[in-house]
Design a protein around this ligand. Structure first.
Ligand SMILES: [Zn+2]
Length: 199
């Protein structure tokens, strides 16, 4: 019975979480809430590093650009619609542009992440916001022109960069700068590469 066969391993021996080998105090490596033998730990670490590296390789940038632009268009239209309807530039909608561009990039890149995707998302997010601001100002300026009986209208797309700039610059204050900063932060943050602790 129990006392007839002296056990060679202690009943509560710690076992490797991968190969089940019994581990003594000096052999075990703790990773999070699990314990592994040195060999298994090295194998798992290598697999993890390979997986993380693959996440930033072979990225379909044209596809990711489609996702970013789709997010930007939907976000810009939402900002335009809400602002024209309410006459208030809600910061929350600016947040939506950043979220849509960031997640559009990430989804259409098949979940891949890289600095290149981050830069692209920030560029598309910024452009989307500027277009959204242009559309809002265009609407209000055209309303004003119509009230005055003026036949002149601000068009979309704008007739040249000067028109684009002047319409946006008409009322570009500190709040718009804050919204833009939020959008850029989100677009940068969402498709960021995963970093492993260098241990
Ligand atoms: Zn093991």
């Amino acid at each position: 019975m129990a006392d007839a066969t002296p056990s060679t391993t202690t009943p509560s021996a710690t076992r490797c979480g991968r190969c089940q080998a019994a581990l003594n105090e000096s052999e075990r490596v703790t990773a999070g809430d699990r314990v592994f033998c040195r060999t298994c730990y090295d194998i798992l670490k290598l697999q993890l590093r390979t997986g993380v590296a693959a996440m930033s390789q072979d990225i379909n940038y044209p596809m990711a650009a489609v996702g970013a632009l789709l997010g930007g268009i939907v976000g810009a239209l939402a900002w335009w619609g809400v602002t024209v309807l309410t006459k208030i530039g809600f910061g929350l909608v600016a947040v939506v542009i950043g979220l849509l561009v960031g997640h559009g990039t990430l989804r259409f890149a098949g979940g891949k992440r890289s600095v290149g995707l981050q830069i692209m998302a920030v560029a598309v997010g910024t452009l989307s916001f500027l277009v959204a601001v242009y559309l809002v100002n265009m609407t209000f300026i055209n309303e004003l022109l119509a009230q005055r009986g003026d036949t002149l209208r601000v068009s979309f797309p704008p007739k040249g960069l000067a028109m684009f700039y002047n319409v946006i610059a008409a009322n570009f204050g500190i709040m718009k700068l804050v919204f833009l900063a939020i959008i850029m932060y989100e677009a940068w943050f969402i498709p960021r590469p995963i970093k492993l602790p260098s241990a």
